[in-house]
Design a protein around this ligand. Structure first.
Ligand code: BTN
Length: 275
C-alpha cells in the first residue's frame, strides 16, 4: 500500500495510486468523460472517493501506454518512476494550458530540490533537468467534456531508474543516478502537491506568469544561451532571454529581432544538442 499525506487544501488530497494503468492522463480523461464515481477499491490502496474534482490525482507505478509530448511514448519500468496526473478545473482558462505547464515545472523542481538537495533546472517549457539531463517531462492536456474545461497535468519523474534505453541514455537521468541513493517517491509526490498548490494560487491571482516569472527564469537552463526553435511554421535561432508574462520564451536573433515563442508544438534545443 502506497500513500502520502499532503499538507494542502485540495491538491493531492484525493488520489488514486494504482499498480498499473495504460496512461494516467488517459485514465483521468476517461473518468471525466464517464462522470464516474470512484469507489473505495482496497486492492489499489485507494484514498479517493467521489466524482472527479479539482486537485484530484491519479498516480501509477506502471503505465503500459504512457504518452509524451509530440506523440512520443513515455516508458518507465514498474515502480522506478512517478507517473501522475493532476486534475484542475479553473473558473477561467486565462492563459490556457501553457502557463499551467510552467507552474507544474516550477513545482516539480522545488519538490526534487526539497527531497534530494539537488538543484534542478528547467528547459523551457516543460523538462526538468539535473546536471543538464532530463529527469522529468510534463504533458498538459485540455478536456472539454460536457462544455466544462478541465486541465489534466501529466507529470513523469525519473525517480529510481539505474539505466535508460540507449537512445536516451545521453540525455536522461534519474534522482537516484544523481544522488546515489534511492529516492522516496511518496515524499516527492507529497512535496509536488504542496508546491503546486502554492504556485497555482499565485498564478490564479493574475492568470499569467507575471508573479512567477522571476523564479521560473532563475531556474531556466536556456537563459543566455543560443537556442534553436523548431516551429511547424519557421525555425528560429537566437539567444533565449527568459519567459514573458504569458510564459512565452523570448528569443533574440542576431539580426536584432525579438520573438516571443508560444509553447504549442515547438521544440527547443541548444546548438550543440539537447540543452
Ligand atoms: C514529455 O514528453 O516530456 C512528457 C512526458 C509526460 C509523461 C507523463 S507520465 C504521467 C502522464 N501520463 C502519461 O501518459 N503521460 C504523462
Amino acid at each position: 500500500m502506497t500513500g502520502f499525506n499532503a499538507d494542502t487544501k485540495y491538491i493531492g488530497k484525493n488520489y488514486l495510486w494504482l499498480e498499473e494503468t495504460d496512461s494516467t492522463n488517459s485514465m483521468m480523461r476517461r473518468l471525466l468523460r464517464n462522470g464516474t464515481t470512484i469507489e473505495s477499491r482496497q486492492e489499489y490502496g485507494v484514498v479517493i472517493e467521489g466524482t472527479p474534482r479539482e486537485g484530484m490525482m491519479i498516480i501509477s507505478d506502471y503505465q503500459s501506454l504512457g504518452r509524451g509530448r509530440s506523440g512520443k511514448n513515455w516508458i518507465s519500468a514498474p515502480g522506478d518512476g512517478i507517473a501522475l496526473s493532476l486534475l484542475l478545473m479553473p473558473e477561467s482558462m486565462g492563459g490556457g494550458t501553457s502557463c499551467i505547464t510552467l507552474v507544474a515545472a516550477l513545482s516539480v523542481a522545488a519538490a526534487i530540490e526539497k527531497t534530494s538537495g539537488l538543484k534542478p533546472q528547467i528547459k523551457w517549457p516543460n523538462d526538468i533537468l539535473l546536471n543538464e539531463k532530463k529527469v522529468c517531462g510534463i504533458l498538459t492536456e485540455l478536456d472539454t467534456t460536457q462544455g466544462k474545461n478541465s486541465i489534466i497535468v501529466g507529470v513523469g519523474i525519473n525517480s529510481n531508474q539505474q539505466e535508460f534505453p540507449a537512445e536516451i541514455s545521453e540525455t536522461a537521468t534519474s534522482i537516484f543516478l544523481e544522488t546515489g541513493t534511492p529516492s522516496d517517491r511518496e515524499s516527492t509526490v507529497k512535496y509536488f502537491s504542496e508546491y503546486f498548490e502554492k504556485y497555482y494560487e499565485i498564478f490564479l491571482k493574475t492568470s499569467d506568469m507575471s508573479l512567477l516569472k522571476e523564479e521560473y527564469n532563475s531556474l531556466l537552463v536556456n537563459k543566455g544561451r543560443v537556442v534553436k526553435v523548431f516551429d511547424p511554421k519557421e525555425n528560429i535561432m537566437g539567444i533565449a532571454e527568459g519567459i514573458d508574462d504569458e510564459g512565452r520564451l523570448i528569443v533574440k536573433t542576431d539580426t536584432g529581432i525579438t520573438h516571443h515563442i508560444y509553447a504549442g508544438e515547438v521544440s527547443v534545443r541548444g546548438i550543440y544538442g539537447y540543452v
